[in-house]
Design a protein around this ligand. Structure first.
Ligand code: KMT
Ligand code: NI
Length: 178
């Protein structure tokens, strides 16, 4: 995992969009935004992921393959949807099994984008209520375990004046002390 401020320059979302020189973001900074992170070697990952899942109450899981092959006819629509700025009413928990990609999360109160480059072995928890988006990188492939607490709540609520008033958004801002 590597996190840095997104340069906001126009151009392909799959490019790194790293400032020159890069403006790195620390794990502590991510933690103040409620983003949690672990690294677990993919070889024999099951036991460690099970342990964290039990501790954190992640009862269910499935696998998602974001690639042309994995998504078929849904590919273009999904890729567009993932990159719309949105929030969820539950955590978004991803353990990367293969490939790579970028999760962008909004820093508050600056509203700057922080880009989190993920690779196999990364376990990332994006808190409920945070504004975020996802894109593949130029390799165009990622395979991830999606973990969830109870019923999957995958609904993306695209950012708007309505989401600013969503109770999960308000609770998120309270939780980070904003
Ligand atoms: C999501 O909800 O944005 C995704 O599942 C993206 C792909 S998982 C690496
Ligand atoms: Ni999401």
């Amino acid at each position: 995992m590597r996190a840095y401020y997104y340069d906001n320059l126009p151009g392909d979302q799959r490019l790194p969009h790293d400032y020159i020189p890069s403006r790195p973001v620390s794990l502590e900074k991510l933690s103040t935004l409620g983003v949690k992170y672990w690294t677990i070697p993919v070889a024999g990952y099951e036991a460690e992921v099970d342990r964290i899942a039990a501790r954190e109450g992640y009862k269910n899981r499935d696998t998602i393959n974001v690639s042309k092959e994995g998504l078929g006819d849904l590919y273009e629509t999904k890729i567009k949807g993932f990159f719309e700025e949105h929030m969820h009413e539950d955590e978004e928990i991803r353990y990367i099994l293969d490939g790579s990609g970028f999760f962008d999360v909004r820093e508050t109160p600056s509203d700057a984008w922080i880009r989190i480059a993920v690779a196999p072995g990364d376990l990332l928890v994006i808190p409920e209520g945070i504004y975020h988006r996802f894109t593949l990188d130029e390799a165009n492939n990622i395979k991830a375990l999606r973990l969830f607490k109870d019923e999957p709540k995958w609904i993306p609520y695209n950012r708007s004046t309505d989401t600013d008033l969503n109770p999960h958004r308000i609770e998120y801002l309270r939780s980070i002390g904003v």
